[in-house]
Design a protein around this ligand. Sequence first.
Ligand SMILES: NC(=O)c1ccc[n+]([C@@H]2O[C@H](COP(=O)([O-])OP(=O)(O)OC[C@H]3O[C@@H](n4cnc5c(N)ncnc54)[C@H](OP(=O)(O)O)[C@@H]3O)[C@@H](O)[C@H]2O)c1
Length: 433
Amino acid sequence: MPAKELDLVLFGATGFTGRQTLMHLARHVPPGFKWAIAGRNRAKLEALLPLCADAAVTPEVRRADSTDLKSVDKLVAATRVIIQLAGPYGLAGESFVAAAAANGTHYVDLTGEIGWVAQMISRHSEAAKASKAKLIPVCGFEALPFDLSALLIATRLKAATGARAQSVELINSFTGPLAFRPRDVLSGGTMASIIAMLEDGAGASLNDPAALVEDPHLADRIRQFGRYDFRARYSADVDAWLAPTVPAPFVNPTVVYRTMSALAGSKNSPFASDCRYSEALSTRGMAPFAIGQRVVAETLARGFTAMAKSVDRNGTVDQLGRTAIKQLMEWFGPKPGQGPSEKFLQQSGYTIHMKAVADSGVAAIGQAVARGHAGYRSTAMLIAEAGLLLAGGGADGCAALPRRYGFLTPASAFGAGSVPAWARAGLVFAFRP
Ligand SMILES: NC(=O)c1ccc[n+]([C@@H]2O[C@H](COP(=O)([O-])OP(=O)(O)OC[C@H]3O[C@@H](n4cnc5c(N)ncnc54)[C@H](OP(=O)(O)O)[C@@H]3O)[C@@H](O)[C@H]2O)c1
């Protein structure tokens, strides 16, 4: 990569997630690191500098507006890595993707707008490969821990038995205090992104686990064996009622299947060619008593099933779907600008139960345990570490990054050798011997 003025830019630093990300970066940037915080409002950005008082290097402040293409291009061209946190991405996110692909700048974001990601891949993939840029969307709680968990548990199975995974199942449980206020679950920014995604006709991805798989034959097969099933069920494995994952059960699978497709054909892939991925949410931490947990599971299942059924061929959502979404928003939806309190950011966490099973029935089991609120504290630490890894300032002990370019998934970009980075972000993987 040619020399650039900056190693890393944090764009959208003034947002709810941006401030959390800034705090993690400030703790971990190495001496001599050249970095900047950026956004559209210089005064708001400068007001964040006290958060960096103890950083090895104070960040510069740079101004750019997502809607001003020139300012975005200038900013992105000046840096080796950009962390882009200004959503909804479908509204003004393409300028960053295009600039990163054109300028050979590595890029990470927090979108869950899978229809938008599919569009970006079709428009900018060739340019990104040509400039050797690594573009890694969906790099927060969605979908990094799930994507890495799938890769790591399948890798463990292959190392222990020599067999590839025929199925991978992940069950997430939220830990910490029970959230009764919707804003302790989601931020206004996330709600805005969900609504934008459904309104822009990109809702077709709601029914398509292969939305990010480019090989049409593999995509067709995944649509058969990977069809979504949002029904509630009881799992003896974790002794809990299971619901579709929140905030959206149609994001992580698209990323994990893209990882599988990126590795397909490699003799080192730990996944069988028709490996099935499934995930669910344990409702154990979400309501007191089994009966309450069952009600939560069934309510979420009904809401997401109605939402998926209401998507027409154009990817727009009908009236029934909008009603279901409104119900979910009333349940989960914070007011704009709101997000979880410090108590929830700090005391919440999540645990992902992982299971990979070979054709013979032999299984590998493990757990990923994360500290910090999934959507905002954990997400922020994970995307900060992702940015540092791409900029060469990652945690000690990480392996060199895989030599892949273009649109990557977290697992295909960072590989199984990146585990120490996630540990520094509070996400620790453990396997049963
Ligand atoms: N995938 C995940 O796991 C995950 C987790 C958390 C968040 N997210 C996503 O991350 C995004 C941000 O969420 P949030 O809660 O942090 O949102 P937020 O608090 O509303 O922050 C939005 C940020 O974008 C900036 N921005 C908006 N329009 C801009 C423009 N035209 N030019 C420059 N900057 C602009 C805002 O700047 P101002 O301060 O100047 O308004 C602010 O810094 C959302 O899309 C959300 O869905 C995803």
